[in-house]
Design a protein around this ligand. Structure first.
Ligand SMILES: [Fe+2]
Ligand SMILES: [Fe+2]
Length: 343
């Protein structure tokens, strides 16, 4: 089966990403031990000593494996990442990161213990979070950003955004009734309600092409992405694939649908200022309206029923909300630091 070849000088051969790409389906014993050792070492440095380079190494590795493992072998970007040693290393890295996130979150947080107050808490938390539309980044994108800066922002948001439909699909198995219908409705919107050209993936790829973002960079050029965006994509992959974390995924989706519309409005203002037509921004405009409906449907048909039936899962949903919001704040802060005018 074909594998995408990587030019020898395209990656640093000392990275976990390079090790994963060279792993293959039948690695030598020494290669397996090397990977295990390197992941253990990176975990200690990243999460024990706050070493940002080690964390970036780990998140590139996590993302590379997650983004490729959902591909079928007929994809030109398919890689065989099914070796048990590789998967064990991936899981170990993800769990170490999760443990660090949980330790960092204020789990003494005052999450209400019943469904309706919990919803009110989540809405209020999303509305007031520093990653929201009041972050100075969004006024900047609307009023002052250059074409290149807006392009960088949409480029950087690709690893999570481009996978959204697939991440929803990963949540579908094993849930039924109203929850399944809500997920399916959201997924159907992602699928352009049956029109290939209107699928959100297609709309995003069209907009990326219009503004000059390479279509397949999210699979072949993982090194271009900010650590903060890789964290966001990885947290969704983690919560959507590990069923133990499904309550977190529910919280993440809740936060996403609640906060996205306002933030996108400001990007539309920016792109319009720079001459893009409404048609060229179809992807963004679609989400201003559809996500408001998704947010309400998600609350009514997924969050409230789970919260009423299993109140013990509300803290995990709250963790999902907070991880998502903090992840988004990381991306905002990074973008703001890259773009802000220097005094
Ligand atoms: Fe979408
Ligand atoms: Fe949505």
């Amino acid at each position: 089966m074909s594998q995408t070849t990587v030019a020898p000088d395209a990656v640093d051969s000392t990275t976990l990403l390079a090790l994963a790409r060279s792993f293959g389906s039948d690695p030598a014993f020494s290669t397996c031990r090397e990977l295990e050792h390197r992941v253990d070492d990176a975990i200690i440095r990243a999460f024990g000593h706050d070493d940002a380079a080690a964390e970036l190494d780990l998140h590139r590795f996590l993302y590379e494996i997650s983004a490729h493992r959902i591909l079928p072998p007929w994809s030109p970007h398919w890689r065989d990442y099914e070796h048990p040693v590789l998967l064990a290393a991936h899981r170990k890295a993800g769990e170490a990161w999760l443990a660090r996130d949980l330790a960092d979150l204020d789990l003494g947080l005052d999450v209400p213990a019943s469904a309706r107050p919990f919803i009110a808490w989540a809405e209020e938390t999303c509305k007031n979070h520093a990653s929201g539309v009041d972050h100075p980044l969004f006024t900047f994108l609307a009023e002052d950003a250059t074409f290149g800066q807006l392009r960088t922002f949409i480029d950087q948001e690709t690893p999570f955004d481009i996978h959204f439909g697939d991440l929803l699909a990963l949540l579908l198995p094993g849930v039924h009734g109203g929850e399944k219908i809500e997920l399916a409705g959201n997924f159907w919107d992602e699928m352009g309600r049956g029109a290939v050209e209107a699928t959100h993936r297609r709309l995003r790829l069209s907009m990326m092409e219009r503004v000059g973002v390479p279509a397949d960079a999210y699979l072949v050029d993982v090194e271009r992405f900010w650590l903060e965006e890789l964290r966001l994509a990885n947290m969704y992959f983690q919560a959507s694939t590990d069923r133990r974390l499904a309550p977190q995924a529910v919280g993440m989706l809740m936060a996403t649908e609640l906060v996205v519309p306002g933030r996108i409005d400001r990007q539309i203002d920016g792109w319009r200022r720079l001459g893009l037509t409404d048609q060229e921004m179809h992807y963004l405009r679609e989400h201003v309206t559809v996500d408001v409906e998704h947010a309400q449907g998600w609350l009514d048909n997924v969050v409230i029923p789970i919260a009423e039936d299993r109140p013990d899962l509300m803290p995990d949903m709250a963790i999902g909300v907070l991880r998502r919001l903090d992840g988004a704040l990381g991306v905002c802060e990074r973008a703001w630091n890259e773009f802000r005018p220097m005094a």
